[in-house]
Design a binder for this molecule. Sequence first.
Ligand SMILES: [Zn+2]
Length: 463
Amino acid sequence: MYTLSFRFLLFLLSGVFVFHSIVGAEEHEGLLYQVQDGDTLYSIAQKFGGSVQSLQRLNGIENPSLISIGQILLLSDYFGVNGLVDTYVVQPGESFFSMPLELNNDFDTLIKLNRIVNPYTLYIGQPLIYKISDHQDKDNQVGLSVIGEHDTLLGLAVNADCSPYELMILNGWSKATLTLPGELSYLPGSKTKSQILSPFEDVSISNEHPSQGHPVVISVDTDHETSVTGFFDDTKLNFSSMNGRQVSLLGVHAMSDPGIYHLSVTAARRDGQLVTLEMRLPVADAQYGSQSLVLGHDKAKLLEDENVRVAEDQIILDTVSTFTANKLWEDGFDHPMSMDYITTRFGMRRSYNGRDYRTFHGGVDFGASEGTPIYAPAAGVVVMSKTLDIRGTTTIIDHGIGIFTGYWHLQESAVSVGQKLTRGDLIGYVGNTGLSTGPHLHWEVWVNGNQVNPLEWMKQDIY
Ligand SMILES: [Zn+2]
């Protein structure tokens, strides 16, 4: 009985508290935020693009560590929007035009809150500030539709119960002519609350903030069986069917400029019409260090001979750019050697004999004595076993779905082209052949034509 009344008292108190908060929110003009569990003044400033000092000043807070859950903070008074706000992170497949539906805000509010100049520049993982509203504002909802072959602007407007002019503004059309069939159109007042367009049911990305030289897995669900194609910047994506999903692996080039890249996926609807989802994926600087190497005369001569280097790079690229649709391995990758003493990490920018830092270390180096055995880290098929000028004795294994591993500077290869390998099979011995400054294994992992950090790759979890 005592417990019950105590709980009732707590309930009453919390009711009073919430009531106070709402009254507090309505008393202020400007942008407000209700402090949540785990927030600090610093995290709030980061989230909404202000500073701790300005939050302290606006709210008369002397000690920045003294904020409490439920407290209402004034964030700013010059957004032209009043009321409580929070942030939402843009998911793969969402566009600025689907956001009002998702967040129940109007375009104008979202544009003001986020200072959006160009609505086509949202990227995956971008935090969007939105206004928390406590009522359903049907007029501001937006739906998506694919333009059919026989659609007209007037017809679309009649169906969406709006004026042709309204449709033009919403879609950024400058003329009253329609865009190509199959293109998206945004319709106000649509009843469907689907954020993503048919035939797509879900698009997920393993790493929404990849850095240079990192692997990314893109998985797509569609509402019927159809092939999926796509591009990341200029690189074509190869999709494989895995456990009912279409999966593509992407390796972000280690020397790609940090910034935002276009990512698109295309699939056919049941009626055969192609639909493309355009997304933007930010790539971060991986902060790889740099390394200046001094080579003796003979070895330097080898590097200076552009023809040898370019021809050899091309041989490797041709080998790792093929695509085997089947995944040939199970359950992750092992280290290729029982001893894993790393001497040089992946991604280091390299300069030889005082020249420019125009190359990078495309693999990871394991230091070991000559003759140390090397084992297949996962099942696959040997696609190269030969001796090259720079890489020395070289072995490359195809593991399927665009994944290759390479082993350079071997003393001796123990495999031949076409040989099927299972995890743990002997593939060769550590050596010092080719352009190498001591016995070591240089190990590379290629994903869809680009080298990625082998140690990051080993953490990757794929269906
Ligand atoms: Zn190396």
